[in-house]
Design a protein around this ligand. Structure first.
Ligand code: ZN
Ligand code: CA
Length: 424
């Protein structure tokens, strides 16, 4: 395997020099995760990446192009162009969770899936309750990221979804061979990666906790796979707070292991210290290696127990941001409609009078605070009428509307009603 891998690299030439340099420093590709020098988290992301490189020389060129775009972005981190209208600076990614189960215990309930999304959001927002454990040496670089997650509400064909696909399988245990990502191999096909983050939960053999595909890989296998019992409240002891997903989604957003997968290796992040190798369990700080001031073993991209990892850095966050900048590998996710309003809306219990109205249309919303509703008026062709104004207290000024028939739309995020009225 190594021979094939090295000859594939030889084809790359100088265009991929930084990448090749990194590859030379990396540990042997046939070293399985359970043979790590330091016991700990078993993540097959690098092994999967290396077999992709071996199978397809163009894979390395795509990765180098992503690295080049990332370096350009970091040299001039322009404001990300966002499509949000609410003024937030975060990117919210619709998520589909494929629960691929052989036994009832592997059929992770909806509540636990939702808890996993909550943990992802807390960790990526630096809202995790254990962030105070970050040593003071690294408190200054510990950072929220700009990425958030929400279970999909709209499936690829536009229908309603709760964001979870359940597939019963005859496969007792998957490996990092990606079979879990194909319906015809006992798994569940990926949803389009331009709109969704695909997370597969399944049983994994060989002590594997999970693996991810870096940006630049095939669409059919894009996403992350996590051991079903690694979700919050799962049965994987020391790895059941949901941090396997945090770590793997970190890879999916182009983060490397913090030790750079080599002795004193490079993770392409300036504010993470160089460290000798992975850490497992719960290390005592500081553990000084490679002339650093202490390994950042509490970073999500190390191999420690769930309860002993609780930070990303600002530099890691910037690396993620580059993917969403213009020309970034995951830019299209910014305009995904995968979480847009396909939820079933309740009907607002309301009436309006007088109808027809000449100056003011009064809204009567039963038992609800009227100010919580957004009101808009449309003509029969669906054109929004800016002449109609709502005062937030049950009165819509319609005096400057031309005479005719209109629809009024009343919504608050969970309820919506359309009613017809006449302006006279
Ligand atoms: Zn990993
Ligand atoms: Ca570093």
């Amino acid at each position: 395997m190594k021979k094939v891998y090295l000859s594939a690299l030889a084809l790359l030439g100088s265009a991929a020099s930084l990448f090749a340099q990194d590859a030379q420093m990396r540990k042997a590709p046939d070293q399985s995760p359970v043979q790590q020098a330091t016991p700990g988290r078993a993540c097959a992301t690098m092994e999967v990446f290396e077999s992709q490189l071996a199978a397809d020389p163009a894979r390395a060129q795509r990765m180098e192009a992503i690295e080049a775009q990332t370096r350009r972005y970091l040299a001039q981190p322009t404001m990300l162009q966002r499509s949000t209208t609410d003024g937030t600076t975060t990117i919210t990614i619709p998520v589909v969770v494929h629960v691929v189960y052989n036994t009832a215990a592997q059929n992770v309930p909806q509540a636990q899936v939702e808890d996993q999304i909550r943990v992802l959001n807390e960790d990526f927002a630096k809202m995790n309750s254990d962030v105070n454990n970050v040593p003071s040496l690294y408190a200054g670089v510990a950072s929220a990221t700009n990425v958030r997650f929400v279970l999909a509400t709209r499936n690829p064909s536009g229908g309603v979804t709760n964001g979870v696909v359940r597939v019963q399988t005859k496969t007792r245990s998957f490996s990092s061979n990606d079979f879990v990502k194909y319906t015809n191999k006992g798994g569940s096909n990926a949803w389009p990666r331009d709109k969704y983050l695909n997370i597969w939960l399944c049983n994994l053999g060989q002590g594997l906790l999970g693996y991810a595909q870096f940006p630049g890989g095939a669409a059919a296998t894009d996403g992350v796979v996590c051991l079903y019992s690694s979700v919050p409240g799962g049965t994987a002891s020391n790895y059941n707070l949901g941090r396997t997903a945090t770590h793997e989604v970190g890879h999916w957003l182009n983060l490397r292991h913090i030790w750079g997968d080599a002795t004193c290796g490079n993770d392409f992040v300036a504010d993470t210290p160089t460290q000798q190798t992975s850490n497992g369990g719960c290390p005592t700080f500081p553990k000084i290696t490679c002339n650093n001031q202490g390994d950042m073993s509490m970073n999500y991209m190390d191999y420690t127990y769930d309860q002993c990892m609780y930070m990303f850095t600002a530099g890691q966050s910037s690396r993620m941001d580059a993917l969403f900048a213009v020309g970034g590998a995951r830019e299209l996710l910014k305009s995904s409609d995968g979480a847009k309003a396909q939820r079933q809306m309740a009907v607002v219990p309301m009436s309006l009078y007088p109808n027809p109205a000449s100056d003011v249309l009064n809204l009567e919303i039963k038992g609800k605070a009227r100010s919580n509703y957004a009101i808009s008026v449309y003509d029969l062709r669906g054109q929004q009428m800016t002449q109609a104004r709502y005062d937030g207290d049950g009165h819509v000024q319609v005096a400057s509307l031309p005479k005719g028939l209109y629809y009024i739309r009343i919504a608050n995020g969970t309820e919506v009603t359309h009613q017809r009225f006449e302006k006279e």
